[in-house]
Design a protein around this ligand. Structure first.
Ligand code: CA
Ligand code: CA
Ligand code: CA
Length: 388
């Protein structure tokens, strides 16, 4: 790590990235809800989803880049077409027989999504696995003479995330032309720039991505522990107390975004933060969140895909009160999960809903103490009471 320490020391002198401009200055109350809000901004304040609604990104499976993933893409792969979109297993090798086999599985419905379809991924493990693969492919961690930590962090942000119209940004043209923009947004992953303080006291810039939680009710973007932080100079994971993150200094998540300011009546680029925590011996406490920050996973992302249809239907749970068994009746097949939780939202049991009538049996319920619990299916929640 000596090499990294020296590079950070050298770089820290140049680090003048953040702190002066917050989104609040450019996007006051209500302004971000404006019709004139840019796509870039809408995605920037939503750490759950890919930065762009496109198919032109690493591993998408859209071999011929026509915006649709279908048989023509498999045919083109079979005929030898190879590009970054054809590396659907994310191993860095394009258009291999393994990639083709995986794409075919997706096309014939054997799998619901490809490993790079970020918005559809259903578990932390899937998201972490794909992000690590893309990080291994991305070359930001290769040494560049004269770069500061902020340069590495910005470079990873550009490659993973995106900035709309960046070449029209005055600051880009005066200060930032050192970046190779041929990879701008190529990975289409919601990676942010993270401002920290290094253990030597210097301002430092690293990166982070929200991987979320498999427990729906903890899957909140303000929850520090569900972010993965990394050192873009080495690709290593960072936790409080590592050299790159002093465990007693603030951690700020942000980046660069193109948006519309109603007060200034113009489109502009802003550097700023969507989230800040104070660390105290490594324990985070939230100190700022953008008023536009999205804090629940959008149902269209593929989590609980039946959710949009579940609002308003009545969940039938019986008997209630219960002793050893609960039946949960759905009006029709719903591709959602069923959760049993305590009153603090802690998940005690979960299962996919595979039939209109679900049973939670004695093996699960027998050992629960008497008291009140929640049953949650999709967005519907009911209180049930266990009696002895
Ligand atoms: Ca296609
Ligand atoms: Ca591959
Ligand atoms: Ca890398």
């Amino acid at each position: 790590m000596k090499d990294l320490t020296n590079r950070i020391k050298n770089g820290a002198r140049n680090l003048v990235l953040y702190g002066a401009v917050a989104f609040g200055l450019a996007f006051g109350t209500g302004e971000a809800q404006s019709q004139e809000q840019t796509e870039n901004y809408k995605h920037f304040v939503n750490p759950y989803i890919a930065p762009r609604e496109i198919k032109d990104y690493w591993g998408s499976g859209d071999t011929n880049n026509d915006g649709v993933i279908n048989q023509a893409d498999a045919t083109a792969m079979q005929a030898g077409t190879a590009n970054y979109r054809t590396d659907v297993d994310g191993d860095g090798a394009m258009s291999t027989s393994a990639d083709l086999a995986l794409l075919k599985k997706y096309l014939n419905g054997e799998i619901k999504y490809l490993p790079g379809h970020w918005n559809k991924l259903e578990s932390v493990a899937e998201r972490k696995n794909w992000f690590k693969k893309m990080l291994a492919i991305d070359d930001t961690n290769y040494f560049r003479e004269g770069w500061s930590c902020g340069n590495y962090s910005s470079n990873l942000f550009y490659n993973m995330n995106w900035v709309e119209n960046i070449t029209n940004w005055e600051q880009y043209n005066t200060q930032n032309r050192i970046y190779d923009l041929s990879d701008l947004g190529i990975f289409n992953l919601p990676v942010y720039i993270v401002s920290t303080t290094a253990k030597n006291g210097g301002s430092h810039a690293i990166n982070g991505i929200f991987l979320g939680s498999d427990t729906t009710f903890e899957d909140n973007s303000t929850n520090f522990k569900y972010w993965l932080f990394l050192e873009p100079q080495t690709d290593e994971e960072i936790t409080p107390g590592n050299f790159s993150m002093d465990e007693n200094k603030p951690v700020k998540v942000g980046g660069i975004v193109y948006g519309y300011s109603k007060s200034l009546k113009k489109y502009l680029w802003v550097t700023g933060n969507i989230l800040e925590w104070n660390l105290n011996n490594g324990t985070p406490s939230l100190s700022y969140q953008s008023e536009d920050l999205v804090t629940t996973r959008p149902s269209s992302s593929g989590i609980d895909p039946g959710c949009p249809n579940t609002s308003g239907y009545s969940l039938s749970v019986f008997p209630n009160p219960f002793t050893y068994e609960i039946n949960v009746s759905l009006p029709e097949f719903q591709n959602v999960r069923l959760y049993l939780m305590d009153l603090n939202g802690r998940v005690l049991f979960k299962t996919p809903c595979i039939a209109p009538l679900m049973k939670i049996r004695e093996s699960v319920l027998g050992k629960l103490p008497a008291g009140a619990y929640f049953i949650q299916v999709g967005r519907e929640r009911q209180t049930v009471v266990k009696v002895q």
